[in-house]
Design a protein around this ligand. Structure first.
Ligand code: ATP
Ligand code: MG
Length: 490
């Protein structure tokens, strides 16, 4: 059950917050009367949420927040503050509190904020990072590898400062997702996240797109137009494909970053820019600087905090969780009930090198959803391009319908074999170290290999491979192996 701790030295406030919460269905609510009491209770209990007053005797809310976060960074802390301590509340958000509410606490605002915080929290993948990376609107970042934990740590550190960020990574590695995470975790989170694709805007319209224009500023400018910078005011401007920014626009952008003001086209009014810049690129900016295609001064301005996203090939440990994540996504989207992926299909995908990274994986799962008829994604539902690259040929003989609960498929032999056609213990990923599952994989492989060797003759296979015929037949049935498929083998 979701447990909540209400911390305030004012017992009547505790009581009213408690009653609001219980009305909205939160049943497990504890109280603490100051910071010390709160920290003790947090250490002894498993709270999902702490509502924390700022100004309290013995230990202030801010100190308590630090201790609570040090003990368990995943606890959501919402600060409750009187007007006089609002600066402290802002500080607290920088220290990792989710947000704050001003006193007197309004029931509606309280329940809304809690729901928002819980939704955000639910989206965090179950990774142990120093502080949770919160995401908005149904997104979730999967990442259990060391590199991704580093990325999460940087995002958390970035939540405390407003420096520009440069996200680097190959196509489909999640640059935009990370940019959104930076926004959702920053003090700019209540503003807009405005994305602009630098490669998609004609050079002559760039300035007006970014900074807006006055009516009549140029031919065709028959209306005043708000630029992306104004639209992103108080929020985050995401400059995607930064490497494609024309040189002229680079100069203008640099000026905004340096002076924090910009001028709409055709205007003589300077407008202040209170916008967090996150840029992303997969282009080699350093090389572009050498070729005079990218300005070095802009590069240094933006490269204060670079984030490098690993390719999917470098983070195969995440593959299984990612697949499950996308299965859930498409189940929700298409109202399907796919449970997972057959182990042999997963093994196969681990051997693929994923040039299109996570986006390619997402497409593969979407593709599999179209073809898959059982409740687990099988090898035969994977794109042919991938299968052929991995040297897997599907037999086109009609496949017998498989029992819903059976995880292994009649075509799965290909996925189990390495180049030598042998079961390869080295290929078993750490997270697949499941004895009975691997034993089944081995059995199936072994039988197929034996059948191949004896050209699909069951009696010969049983005799020479030393398996009682009855057992062999039973296992063949279990694994959906058809002896006839191997009559031509040598
Ligand atoms: N760590 C992750 N966990 C879950 N989903 C992810 C992750 N990284 C990326 N994705 C998903 O993969 C897809 C591609 O990600 P995104 O668009 O952020 O990549 P990109 O690096 O901006 O790609 P491009 O260079 O092609 O613009 C998106 O649907 C995104 O939600
Ligand atoms: Mg992108």
């Amino acid at each position: 059950m979701f447990k909540v701790l209400v911390v305030d030295d004012d017992s009547s406030l505790r009581l009213s917050v408690k009653s609001t919460l219980s009305e909205t269905g939160y049943l497990d609510i504890d109280e603490a009367f100051d910071g010390v009491d709160a920290v003790e209770k947090v250490k002894d209990n498993d709270y999902g949420l702490v509502l924390l007053d700022v100004d309290m005797p013995r230990m202030s809310g801010l100190e308590a927040l630090k201790e609570i976060k040090a003990h368990d960074p995943s606890v959501i802390v919402i600060i409750m503050t009187a007007f006089a301590t609002i600066d402290d509340a802002v500080l607290a958000v920088k220290e990792g509190a989710y947000n704050y509410l001003s006193k007197p606490i309004k029931a509606e605002a309280l329940t809304e904020l809690i729901q928002q915080a819980i939704d955000a929290q639910n989206l965090i993948s179950d990774v142990a990072v120093s502080a949770p990376v919160l995401m908005d609107n149904g997104r979730k970042i999967i990442g259990n590898t060391l590199q991704m934990k580093k990325v999460f740590n940087i995002i958390n550190r970035l939540s405390k400062v407003d420096t520009p960020v440069l996200v680097r990574g190959a196509s489909g590695t999640g640059k935009e997702l990370i940019a959104r995470a930076i926004h959702s975790n920053s003090s700019h989170k209540s503003g807009h996240f405005v994305a602009i694709n630098c490669s998609a805007i004609p050079e002559n319209l760039f300035e007006s797109e970014l900074f807006g224009h006055e009516k009549g500023a140029f031919t065709g400018a028959d209306q005043r137009k708000i630029g992306k910078f104004q639209y992103a005011e108080g929020g985050t401007l995401f400059l995607d494909e930064l490497g494609d920014l024309p040189l002229m626009a680079q100069v203008k952008l640099l000026r905004v970053l340096q002076e924090k003001v910009f001028t709409p086209v055709g205007s003589n009014r300077e407008i202040e820019a209170n916008v967090r810049i996150v840029a992303a690129t997969n282009r080699p900016l350093e090389e572009m600087i050498k070729n005079n295609e990218f300005r070095e001064d802009l590069y240094y301005r933006l490269n204060v905090m670079p984030i490098f996203l690993p390719s999917l090939d470098e983070r195969k440990e995440d593959l299984k969780n990612m697949i499950q994540h996308f299965i859930k996504k498409f189940n929700d989207k298409q109202d399907r009930k796919i449970l997972g992926m057959a182990p042999d299909a997963l093994q196969l995908l681990k051997r693929y090198d994923w040039p299109g990274n996570i986006r390619e994986l997402e497409n593969v799962i979407e593709h599999a959803f179209i073809l898959e008829e059982t409740s687990n994604i099988q090898i035969k539902s994977l794109p042919e391009k991938i299968l052929s690259q991995l040297g897997v040929e599907l037999s086109h003989s009609p496949v017998a319908p498989q029992p819903e609960t059976e995880e292994l498929t009649s075509n799965s032999q290909e996925g189990l074999e390495d180049e030598s056609g042998l079961f390869n213990l080295n290929q078993i990923a750490e997270d697949d170290l499941d004895f009975s599952k691997q034993k089944e994989m081995f059995e199936k492989e072994f039988i197929i290999k034996a059948l191949k060797t004896f050209k699909g003759r069951v009696n010969q296979t049983a005799l020479h491979a030393n398996i009682p015929k009855k057992t062999l037949l039973r296992k063949m049935e279990k694994y959906n192996i058809n002896a006839k498929d191997y009559t031509g083998s040598n």
